[in-house]
Design a protein around this ligand. Structure first.
Ligand code: NAD
Length: 487
């Protein structure tokens, strides 16, 4: 079999890249592949490279690795490109959030109705949208048959933008549907007997079918909420799948919101920290509050730092074995107490030959390349799958993949009308506005987002906040893009 080249753009995102490498090592049909790790940060890249090689060696996998800082080099001759880069990093998001808060926009102008996730920017994220669009266009030129697996956010906007404007094979990938596994586990059900479907748009998916042994299992959720909700407390800021918000959204919309959908309710749950605490629980008020996001950012930074220390350890001790007790003790000691458990799970789970990461990327690659048919939940253009949603809107739906491509399952039963009219359509409109702004360069469209924002008290406020964001040094290109108003 000819060697397949798989590229990861933004590969310095260590936890994510190593999950994919772990899955690759455990996928026989992808043996012999070349993994091209691309990032602009050399230190992160080298750390991931060291660890990736270590995993492949210890799992006895036949994989080759290359590192590059060149987009052209990584894309050329590639069959699969996973894009997980974050242009400007999390620090850019924090800058925009600070400016926004100064002008009266709590948690930032990009926190919008049905899109409250703190790193899912659609208004001020020109550099990210442009980069992802450029990567797709470069693929069209250099590797026109390759598949783009879009992992970086905003997955919803990017899947629409790229699918509509660049003629390549592309799909948006997220892991939010694992919220169903959590519900199944908490209810104590046997997952082999549970049949489920989710459908909607990225970060806006709903549990449309939920059967246990062929019987409707929704009454079990009702019973759980009735008995457990009043004593419920989150164990961490992400713990919201069975929270008061989820229960309230379920009551109003008639189906359970799944995964990040719970974070993406209306303003009812997000006006301020006090409101967030009421709905998402104390002490954090959910992961998208100032407290929850700080918790997440600090942990992420600590885990990234620890990964770099571990990589350095293996660079200095190339013969050390991950699986030896002595090495284990030495590398676990590199992690601070508060992230030790998560870090150990992250790094050692990959070595379990029976366990895959739960990410869908490598399963999809194996299906497309080797006809290993698999059921997944992916973002593709609707093309009639969900009635009432336009054909050219990317939906997140259950599909199966094989060598002939990605095939949507029928959504049965359909998504309730209330979800379509009161949740999906308004969210889809905001995606359309973001694309309208990006594709026309008309700053009036950006302004319109905020004119319709309940936090806005005057048009002057809108102009001031947008001016200040556009004046950030890293937004020079964005400033030029939005310099002429066509409105
Ligand atoms: P991160 O900042 O830790 O990592 C991103 C990497 O991108 C960094 O190593 C950075 O150096 C690199 N990068 C930045 N600009 C680049 C460029 N021009 N070319 C190549 N590489 C570049 O960020 P993260 O927290 O790992 O998040 C990455 C993205 O993945 C975000 O958009 C996040 O929202 C998204 N995400 C998606 C899912 C999903 O399931 N789809 C889950 C979690 C996070």
């Amino acid at each position: 079999m000819a060697a397949t080249k798989l590229s990861i753009i933004g590969a310095g995102s260590a936890a994510f890249s190593l999950s994919l490498v772990g899955d690759l090592c455990k996928t026989r049909g992808l043996s012999g592949s070349l993994v091209s790790l691309m990032d602009i940060d050399r230190d992160r890249l080298n750390a991931v490279h060291t660890l990736a090689r270590k995993y492949a060696e210890e799992l006895g996998a036949d994989l080759r690795f290359e590192t590059t800082t060149s987009l052209e080099d990584t894309i050329k001759d590639s069959s699969f490109v996973v894009n997980t880069a974050l242009v400007g990093g999390h620090s850019y998001f924090e800058k925009v959030r600070q400016i926004s808060e100064k002008h009266g926009y709590y948690r930032g102008i990009d926190s919008q109705e049905f899109n409250m996730v703190s790193d899912y920017y659609t208004i001020s994220n020109f550099n990210q949208l442009k980069f992802m669009h450029d990567v797709a266009k470069m693929m069209e030129k250099l590797s026109p048959k390759a598949w783009l697996l879009q992992a970086a956010n905003p997955v919803f906007e990017l899947t629409n933008l790229i699918s509509r404007t660049v003629p390549i094979n592309m799909v948006g990938i997220c892991h939010g549907h694992h919220g169903v596994d959590y519900i199944v586990e908490v209810l104590g059900l046997d997952k082999n007997k549970v049949e489920w479907q989710v459908a909607g748009v990225n970060h806006g998916i709903w549990l449309t079918k939920f059967l246990d042994d062929g019987k409707d299992a929704y009454p079990l959720i009702d019973e759980w909420f009735e008995k457990e909700l009043e004593n419920w407390k989150p164990t961490n800021p992400f713990d919201d799948q069975l929270s008061p918000v989820a229960a309230d959204m379920y009551q109003f919309y008639g189906r359970m919101p799944v995964g990040d959908t719970v974070r993406n309710g209306s303003w009812k749950y997000h006006y301020n920290l006090e409101t967030k605490k009421k709905w998402f629980g104390e002490p954090w008020g959910g992961v998208d509050s100032e407290l929850g996001w700080k918790w997440y950012q600090e942990r992420q930074a600590e885990i990234a730092l620890t990964m770099q220390k571990v990589a350095k350890y293996f660079q200095e001790n190339p013969k050390a074995k991950l699986l030896s007790k002595e090495t284990y003790e030495e590398i676990i000691a590199l992690a601070k107490d508060e992230v030790k458990e998560e870090f150990a799970q992250g790094i050692y789970k990959i070595l379990d030959p029976e366990k895959k990461s739960g990410e869908q990327h490598i399963l999809l690659v194996d299906a497309l390349l080797n006809d290993e048919k698999v059921d997944l939940v992916l973002n593709v253009l609707n093309q009639g799958t969900i009635p009432g949603i336009p054909d050219d809107v990317a939906v997140e739906i259950p599909v199966y993949a094989d060598k002939d491509g990605i095939h949507p399952y029928k959504i049965e039963p359909d998504i309730p009308e209330r979800i379509k009219k009161m949740y999906l359509m308004p969210r889809i409109l905001r995606m359309e506005w973001a694309l309208e702004a990006f594709l026309t360069g008309d700053r009036k469209v950006l302004e319109e987002f905020l004119i319709r924002d309940p936090r806005t008290e005057s048009y002057e406020q809108v102009v001031r906040v947008i001016d200040e964001v556009l004046n950030l040094p890293e937004n020079e290109e964005m400033r030029r893009h939005y310099s002429s108003s066509q409105g």
